[in-house]
Structures are given as structure tokens and as C-alpha cells.
Ligand binder design. Sequence first.
Ligand SMILES: Nc1ncnc2c1ncn2[C@@H]1O[C@H](CCC(=O)c2cccc(C(=O)O)c2)[C@@H](O)[C@H]1O
Ligand SMILES: [Zn+2]
Length: 353
Amino acid sequence: MTQHLVDPRAPRDLTAFVAGLPKAELHVHHVGSASPRIVSELAARHPDSRVPTDPAALVDYFSFTDFAHFIEVYLSVVDLIRTPEDVRLLTFEVARDLARQQVRYAELTITPFSSTRRGIDERAFMDAIEDARKAAEADFGTVLRWCFDIPGEAGLEAAEETTRLATDDRLRPEGLVSFGLGGPEVGVPRPQFKPYFDRAIAAGLHSVPHAGETTGPQTVWDALTHLRAERIGHGTSSAQDPKLLAHLAEHRIPLEVCPTSNIATRAVRTLDEHPIKEFAEAGVVVTINSDDPPMFGTDLDNEYAVAARLLDLDERGLADLAKNAVEASFLDAAGKARIKEEIDTYTAAWLDR
Ligand SMILES: Nc1ncnc2c1ncn2[C@@H]1O[C@H](CCC(=O)c2cccc(C(=O)O)c2)[C@@H](O)[C@H]1O
Ligand SMILES: [Zn+2]
């Protein structure tokens, strides 16, 4: 496998190390991963949209005044996805971008409600993502799995529809492994979603809600208590509650940390104020993720570089972070062992040069 080998002529800096490091991505949104090229292609296909067709203009368009503004812009991109072919193209191209960054395994958060309510046939939607998943694995070797999330602000109708799409045996896609909850948190209390998470969990799905991204630590407690969260999306405000940090560490509930996202949505003021170091020092399992990378002007490699700076990590520390994500994933034991071994082999080869 040539993927293991380190090119002796490659630069020796951490950026180059990260670029070749095999990785797992656990928190990345489907529509939020659309590259400027895909967004402009879709915008050109649907000229009634207010999304710019020029990739350069997208940089300004993807500049957010606050979290609510981010969601408004996000939904304008959701509006560009109108046909099953749009869904297939987006999914396959997202996998291509992940593969380019040596992502071996990704759990992609998809909001099927947003597509079905916009008129995409539910069967055709499932077929489109599954078709792209299989093609991506065959063409790039990147394994994709799905997390279906409830857009909480859209209310209990969205919760019901998402749960139905995730648990109906005739629809549920083979790649679906988990159930989430996204969108704004303010005014959207987590406990009301308990019955839907109960049904999803009973159907064998893992619970991975967003919590503590834009509200305080009580939201994270609610996600743990009412939604039986196995990992927390962001969990940023957990840093305000030492008991919560101790609980997350003791029960080994990983946080899906997305540093650049938190700055772009203004959930955190500056990277230097990001609590990632407090998480690590409290013994919480930290995983590094990219959330909506093109919208936030980042990618997973950059998020690892940010983490290296904030946590003062060398190559071994970065390899440990990558292994945290593999371990926290919903991949089977053999799949986890394979990627962790690949990480170790790559790191040893890098350090031995
Ligand atoms: N950083 C993030 N933090 C949280 N979520 C994030 C983040 N990034 C991306 N999302 C996604 O945004 C969606 C929001 C969609 C939403 O609120 C909504 C409301 C009303 C109607 C509709 C509709 O479709 O008609 C949708 C979430 O489901 C989630 O998958
Ligand atoms: Zn997210």
C-alpha cells in the first residue's frame, strides 16, 4: 500500500505531516461541505437563487455576523439542492474532497427533512446518497457513513419526519449509523426530542446531538440525560462547568470539536479563547472535525493544524488525536484497528526519515 509510505522529499513541517496523516472525520455536514466549485455549479443551474455563482464572491457570502446569519446562508445553499442528481453529485464530490485529505472514514451529517420538504422524493434521496457512498468507496477508498439530524428549529414535525426516514426499514439507508440534532439551540430545548431519540436508539442508531455550541452547559447535560448522547457535537460551553467536564471524561463521551467553525459562527470570540485545551487537560476525549469546511474557509487538515497550535502538539500528539477520532467513531472493531495501524505506520515512517 503506497499510501503508508512517506515521500522522503516531502517537507518536514507539521502541515506536511497532517496532509499525509490517515484521518477520520466525525462531524461534517453534507450541504455544509459543498465546495465553492459545487456551490457555483448548483447556483448556475438554479439562477433564481441569491447564492453567488462566482467562487470568489462566495468568500464574502460565507462571512457571518452571528449564528443566525450562518443558518440563513446555510439554508440558501440547501435551496440549491433540488434533484436527486444534485444530491448524488454533492455527496460524491464531498467524498472526493475528504479522500484528498487522507480521510479514510467519515460520518456525514445529513438533514433529509430539508430535502424531502423541498420536494425531493424520499426513495430517490436515499438511493442518491447510497449510490454516491458506494461509488466513493470503490473510487477513493473512503468509507462514508450517515448521521441523519433533526433541524431542531423546524420543530416536532421535522423531528417526526426525520425519525420516520431514519427508522422505516423500507427507506433506511444501509450507511446510516447515527441520529443527530442540529441548527440553532437558543429557544430549542433538547428534552422535547427525547421520544424521537428513543425511537432512533431502539432502531439501533447512535445518538450524536449538537449541544453546547451556542448555549450553556445545561444543554449538554440535557443531551446526555434526555437524548442519551454518546458523543457531543461541539460541546464548547462544557468548559464552563467543571462537573460536566469530569462527567464527560469519566464516561469517555467524546467531544466533536470544530475550532474554526466556532469562530466563524461567532460562538467563540477568538481561537486563543477556544476551550479545547481545557477539554484536553480535564481528560475529555477530544476529536477534531471541520463542520462546514468551505463555508468556514477551512478543511480537516487545517483544523488539525489549529489543534496542534492550541494544544502544543508534535507528530505523535497529532497521531493520537487522529486515533481518538477513529476510536470514537461507529466503525466496527476491525475497521478501527486497520486505520489506527495505518496511522501508526505512517507516523513511524515519518519520524524515521
Ligand atoms: N455548526 C452547526 N451547528 C448546528 N447546525 C449546523 C451547523 N452546521 C450545519 N448545521 C446544519 O444546519 C441545519 C439547520 C437547518 C435548520 O435549522 C432549519 C430550520 C428551519 C427549516 C429548515 C428547512 O430545511 O426547511 C431548516 C441543521 O440541521 C444542521 O445539519
Ligand atoms: Zn455541526
